[in-house]
Design a protein around this ligand. Sequence first.
Ligand code: MEZ
Length: 528
Amino acid sequence: MLKSMAKVEATRAQRLHASIERFTAEEKDELLKEFHPDYSSKGFKVLEVGPNKGQKVPVELAQLLEGKSRLQDVELDLEKVDYDVDVLVIGGGGAGASAALEAHNGGANVLVVTKLRMGDANTMMAEGGIQAADKGNDSPAQHYLDAFGGGHYKNIPELLEELVTNGPLAIDWLSKLGVMFDKEQDGTMVTTHGGGTSRKRMHACADYTGAEIMRVLRDEVQNRGIPVLEFSPAVELLLDEEGKTAGAVLWDFDAQEYKVVRAKCVIMATGGAGRLHYQGFPTSNHYGATADGLVMAYRAGAPLIYADAIQYHPTGVAYPAQIYGALVTEKVRSIGAQLVNSEGEIFMHPLETRDVAAASIIRECTARGKGVKALDGVALWLDTPLIEMLHGEGTIAKRIPGMLRMYAKFGIDLRKEPILIYPTLHYQNGGILIDKDAETKLPGLFVAGEAVGGIHGTNRLMGNSLLDIIVFGRIAGTKAAEAAKSVKLGKLSLEHVRRYAEEEKAAGVHGELSPKLLPVYTHGRDVR
Ligand code: MEZ
């Protein structure tokens, strides 16, 4: 490792102003097919039940989608309703909070329930920024083209249009609520590039953008007095006799008992799936990211889209072990750090889109044998000292203080030495299919945030996730509050769960108990 680091240091000055060609479309296709984990012949299973029967999803997700309901052997009195509300929001991250605020604005009686604490979510972990086309040289149309290309032209056009046209409004809404975006002396927003952007449209709060957004949204939910039940994950959706969404059953971690919520509309904002560790990858995700919403919605009949398209963030921590898999924000590359192999050579443009960048790193470490041994695997260098050579002393402390602190805890000063990275499981590009009102095929079930599929095609660009949680969170909240006004619910039912179990039995599938709720790190010993 030290010998290779010496090569990085020796070549730094000559690389400083190197201009690096981007891959051609053909080179990208070849790279993805050969080296991106989504193209692996292993790691996927074809679903045998449910609305996406016949389509492939990651094995670990299939185990849950084709799993056994936690309520299968439980006697529940659905006449005994613990909470009766207009709008139930499941999930306490940025999408859930935005949805709750707008549903509240719409006059709905809202309840937020969350598996862990309010704000224990991938929103909190998002570092580098949020995209919005609000500068003079930019436009939502330009933003659309970038995201459409990055998503391999598979983004659902009307969802992407909602995303980009609402971008500037989202920044304005957040600013008015109190989010402290980075600004120039004259008050204009500081914006940078991300992978695949043709304009500098990444708005940031240093490198803790998601944490700052979550801070403000959580405060606002609290200040409005919107009730939040923490440590109360939903375990199954409730429908009524006509098949309309009618609430959810919660598991109260403290009381160790089930609770019944009747709701005229439900907003699913349960986030991602990184803690399922697809293909053995580490993850940048928070502890509760176990795809719960996908499982509940799927079992109730809502189709998924692109559930086999997973995002591996190119730069996860590969060393030291204590923070293995944690996110090294793309902003580090957007402000000048280069990706360098064991020989001190640049092998790609630092701001290729994420799927291409991850595949290129994997190729360098495997087929080309130019990785650096780190812990039990191989890794590459991210040459961070270049940042201050390019932009001056103090840039790292000002623009990426979170990164500086994270590494300093382990005696690594990224102003002076490069860091070791490897792709980490970061995001599910796919999820539950919605329309532009954020509603699913199931009447009364809305979805927002990472649990949604289709907005980003099969590969999301940096900063479009913090944007989608706000845009679609707000739409879901507004539309659910509106819809709730005319909903008349019938008798609560779990008949869909029974029917799904029969379908599973007939197909002979036997997955795990699901939703998973919490990841298990006890080497086979389940301590729940
Ligand atoms: O959008 C993201 O995933 C993001 C902002 C991540 C990052 O690299 O900082």
